[in-house]
Design a protein around this ligand. Structure first.
Ligand SMILES: [Zn+2]
Length: 226
């Protein structure tokens, strides 16, 4: 082996070691809610793999009621607990037409509001056809505030007995596990979008969920100051 070859071999071993030691650097192991940079705590924080639905989110009767409201069949979404993760919704790459909703398993919080927000993303992805067609890179604020609006509708239709203020506060959990700014929008805009759904004023009582989402996109979204 020549001196140069030995040197190149050492360099390759060193690079492999670096890659093994810092796999999260420069990569986005998980999307941020729907897209974007994944960070949890800070960029040095290790990310553990996601596992089974240890909190039983899929068996929660409120979650099931919201899924019925959103017309999402029970077997269309698999819930996964992520020890170092955050709330997010994504297509299930191993199961065409199905989705994953992931949640952080390391915090003691009210999970319902952010889970409903993520289920609203499933409604959006289904309607668009897939995640790419939803165009999250160029439509991110509209999509995120649209999910908050749909969460408000779900609260009105399926979760009336719960306290709306609590729900609105906990909605901020979707998007709060990060250090970089994301496109969920400022809390006041998220609150406005949520309340628009929550009040469910005309014409929304006469619309299906998908019709309501489209109406909101075409008419109400622009009313929220950006
Ligand atoms: Zn979101």
């Amino acid at each position: 082996m020549t001196k140069v070859a030995r040197w190149l071999t050492k360099l390759a071993v060193f690079a492999t070691l670096l890659w093994l030691l810092f796999p999260a650097r420069g990569e986005n192991p998980l999307p941020n809610c729907l897209y974007g940079k994944y960070t949890q705590g800070n960029e040095e924080t290790a990310v553990e793999p996601c596992g089974p639905d240890t909190k039983g989110i899929g068996a929660d009767t409120d979650v099931q009621a919201v899924m019925r409201t959103f017309e999402i069949p029970p077997n269309m979404v698999a819930f996964q607990a992520c020890p170092g993760g955050r709330f997010l919704a994504m297509p299930n790459v191993n199961d065409d037409g199905h989705f994953l909703v992931r949640y952080p398993s390391h915090v003691q919080q009210n999970y319902l509001a952010p889970i409903v927000h993520e289920l609203a993303h499933v409604v959006q992805m289904r309607d668009a056809g897939n995640l790419a067609a939803l165009d999250p890179k160029n439509n991110s604020r509209r999509i995120e505030l649209g999910a908050d609006f749909l969460a408000g509708l779900a609260f009105n239709i399926a979760l009336r007995r719960l306290n709306g203020d609590d729900f609105e506060t906990n909605l901020q959990l979707a998007g709060s596990y990060k250090v970089v700014a994301d496109d969920h929008g400022p809390p006041e805009h998220r609150g406005q979008a949520f309340r628009r759904g929550l009040t469910r004023m005309d014409p929304y009582p006469n619309l299906t969920i998908v019709e309501a989402m489209r109406y909101w996109n075409a008419n109400d979204y622009a009313r929220i100051r950006r």
